[in-house]
Design a protein around this ligand. Structure first.
Ligand SMILES: C[S@@+](CC[C@H](N)C(=O)[O-])C[C@H]1O[C@@H](n2cnc3c(N)ncnc32)[C@H](O)[C@@H]1O
Length: 250
């Protein structure tokens, strides 16, 4: 590993450990991120199947907004603010769930939301019907095998989905395919090692299938190591629980 990559690895690790809430880290523009080594020494990432996920979110659907609405809202707000500032024409939200971000997208853009769980999507559909000034289209689809053409979107938002989907690497491949070149990709997720959470993450790991998400999820392996252009990493949500990563599709 070269000095530059070592430096960036240090940045990424510090980002996961010590970022104060709502602070932004700038990742140096000219450094590619393929060669960073993971913060995880062993591969502790839990295995999840599509059936497990559909089943978990079918159970969550009636109470999802109460359980994960307010607590994860600052992250959604930061994501929607970044999208509003970029003013894209076509936005894809992957794993739209119950549609908690839909009313925050600018009404000037066309929004497509997809999810694999019909029960979650049914709630999003009711929400979208109430947003009459917005252009929203919702569809049941596996984000790891999307039916969209290449470069169909200017912006792809991925709020709290990357640590849920069965194969995060395959999902990243699909996001890059459907996002136009130089388009904006926003990954909002919990990553391992946030202050005070490490112990809880490791004991909850065995319940990942039941919980419907991985409690241990490495930022370097799952986001920084894809060779795309990471513009910034911002810590969001209570106790620095999540990060919003802003990426250019290059
Ligand atoms: C934690 S929820 C996040 C929902 C919403 N984005 C939010 O901000 O609350 C994860 C969602 O991703 C969906 N999901 C997981 N893997 C998926 C996949 N491969 N394709 C489509 N949706 C998926 C789940 O069904 C669930 O609705």
């Amino acid at each position: 590993m070269g000095d530059a990559a070592k430096g960036l690895r240090g940045n990424a690790q510090r980002a996961t450990r010590r970022q104060p809430a709502a602070a932004a880290i700038k990742v140096p523009n000219l450094i590619r991120t393929e060669h960073l080594s993971s913060g995880c020494k062993d591969n502790r990432q839990a295995v999840l199947s599509l059936e497990t996920i559909i089943d978990a979110y079918r159970r969550y659907a009636p109470m999802y907004d109460k359980l994960f609405g307010a607590v994860l809202e600052p992250g959604r707000r930061a994501l929607a603010d970044a999208i509003s500032a970029a003013a894209p024409q076509r936005v894809l939200e992957v794993g739209v769930g119950t549609g908690l971000t839909l009313d925050r997208y600018p009404s000037s853009c066309q929004v497509v939301g997809i999810d694999i769980c019909e029960d979650m999507l049914a709630i999003a559909r009711r929400r979208a019907e109430r947003l009459q000034n917005h252009r929203i289209h919702l569809e049941t689809m596996d984000a790891e095998a999307m039916r969209f053409e290449d470069a169909a979107f200017d912006c792809v938002a991925v709020p709290y989905v990357l640590s849920v989907t069965p194969n995060p690497r395959r999902l990243v491949g699909e996001i890059r395919r459907v996002c136009r070149k130089d388009g904006l990709i926003l990954v909002l997720n919990h990553f391992s090692g946030s202050r005070g959470w490490r112990f809880l993450e490791s004991i909850a790991r065995f319940a990942s299938a039941r919980l419907g998400f991985r409690t241990e999820f490495d930022l370097v392996d799952n986001v920084l190591n894809h060779g795309w252009h990471v513009e910034s990493i911002k810590t969001v949500n209570m106790l620095g629980l999540s990060k919003l990563v802003t990426i250019r599709n290059r």
